[in-house]
Design a protein around this ligand. Structure first.
Ligand code: NAD
Ligand code: MG
Length: 387
């Protein structure tokens, strides 16, 4: 008998990951179906997605925007809900099999939490949830028996490579990094970069926040923390390699010196598809490497002076406790200020470092405490802003 279609909730469906996920689902020949969609803005696009995919629910998380919007084009069988608390309720509905957590930033925490709490399989793009609350999130997943599958391309690569050996046989994880939009600029040139320049990534087409994070290398810092909590590998055994081609998505080195890499052209639809069908692999929509053409792959160690964000990532992975939340909150606020033209590009990382250093570290915070500290860290960044 054919398997019943897998019912997917796509949280953040109007974003870069959300849209790619819908392309994976559209190409699934009915094996994957959309049960729910959520978005904060771009409600026209949300309605168009609902028309194409006929979900049981759409959730517009920004109530004020949603109440003013004309919903008359929403399909008849789709129920409209408003607000984040409705989203947290919907992800636990029995019809849903997999929740794709693709809301950007701290805003994705509660819905990811609610999905794990309801024992759902969570395909996790929202790395900030793990950066903020890694130990609590992993403990919740364990206690509920919920499966957490990374969508972040590096972590998907590592999860795939880890299938080649036992946990105790892992020597180190190597996260690859493209080097971001400004890898060729001098420190002086970096001071002058504009918002438009920071939003141009050489290899990936992503949302604004992660694109800026890639340029500052904070994205890799967040990914070090994410890898630490996901795979339970200490910070000193997580390395970063600059790899401009973005073809090797990350590597695992085993104790015998064997290194297993996962490779493909840069296309987020592949790690999304891997997570949505897990543990199966299917023929898909993503591009393939062309073995009929020659190509080269380069790797080099990152210069710590040029990429000071990396040390912050290691530091937070090492110390745990409240530090990930503070780094993440400060970074989200600093990136927001940079995008608003209120902070220089080169001040993003120093602002984060300063807030991290000035916070009162606690080793075993509750989720509520972390949520308070996230607010505090954002306020601290306001001292850096030139309004
Ligand atoms: P994006 O900005 O393109 O989309 C974000 C989505 O979240 C949108 O649907 C938006 O409506 C929704 N959203 C924004 N604020 C919200 C709020 N306050 N409450 C509820 N929903 C809100 O972002 P993206 O690039 O798709 O990234 C999504 C997540 O995936 C991020 O955590 C990012 O780090 C991660 N990720 C993205 C990529 C990529 O290629 N884009 C790769 C790896 C990981
Ligand atoms: Mg990544």
């Amino acid at each position: 008998m054919a398997e019943a279609p897998r019912q997917i909730a796509v949280l953040g469906s109007t974003g870069s990951i959300g849209k790619n996920a819908l392309r994976v689902i559209a190409a699934s020949g009915g094996r994957l179906q959309v049960a729910a969609l959520s978005a904060h803005s771009q409600l026209d696009l949300l309605v168009a997605q609902a028309v194409e995919f006929s979900p049981r629910w759409v959730v517009a998380t920004d109530i004020q925007v949603a109440e003013k919007f004309d919903w008359s084009k929403l399909p008849k069988g789709t129920e409209l809900l408003m607000g984040s608390s409705e989203l947290n309720r919907v992800v636990g509905q029995p019809q849903i099999d997999v929740v794709l957590a693709a809301i950007v930033g701290r805003a994705g925490l509660e819905s990811t939490w609610a999905a794990l709490d309801s024992k759902k399989t969570v395909a996790l793009a929202n790395k900030e949830t793990l950066v903020m609350a890694g130990p609590l999130v992993m403990q919740l997943a364990r206690e509920r028996g919920a499966t957490l599958i990374p969508v972040d391309s590096e972590h998907s690569a590592i999860a795939q490579a880890l299938r080649a050996g036992q946990t105790a046989e892992v020597e180190r994880l190597v996260l690859t990094a493209s080097g971001g939009a400004f890898r060729h600029l001098s420190q002086n040139q970096l001071k002058q970069v504009t918002v438009a320049e920071a939003l141009e990534h050489p290899n990936w087409d992503m949302g604004p926040k992660i694109t800026v994070d890639s340029a500052t290398m904070m994205n890799k810092a967040l990914e070090i923390i994410e890898a630490h909590w996901l795979f339970d590998v200490p910070s000193e055994r997580i390395e970063v390699a600059i790899h401009p081609q973005s073809v090797v998505h990350s590597l695992v080195e085993f104790v015998d010196g064997s290194v297993i890499a996962q490779m493909s052209p840069p296309d987020m639809r592949l790690p999304i598809q891997y997570a949505l069908y897990y543990p199966d692999r299917v023929g898909g929509v993503a591009e393939r490497l062309d073995w009929g053409a020659s190509f080269s792959l380069e790797f080099s160690p990152p210069d710590p002076d040029r990429y000071p964000a990396l040390e912050l990532g290691h530091q937070c992975a090492r110390s745990g406790g409240t530090s990930g939340t503070v780094l993440n909150g400060a970074n989200e606020a600093a990136v927001g200020s940079f995008l608003a033209g209120e902070l220089h590009f080169t001040e993003i990382v120093p602002a984060c470092r300063s807030v991290l250093q000035s916070h009162n570290f606690e080793s075993d915070p509750t989720l509520d405490r972390l949520i308070d500290l996230d607010r505090w860290a954002r306020q601290e960044v306001s001292h850096w802003v030139f309004a």
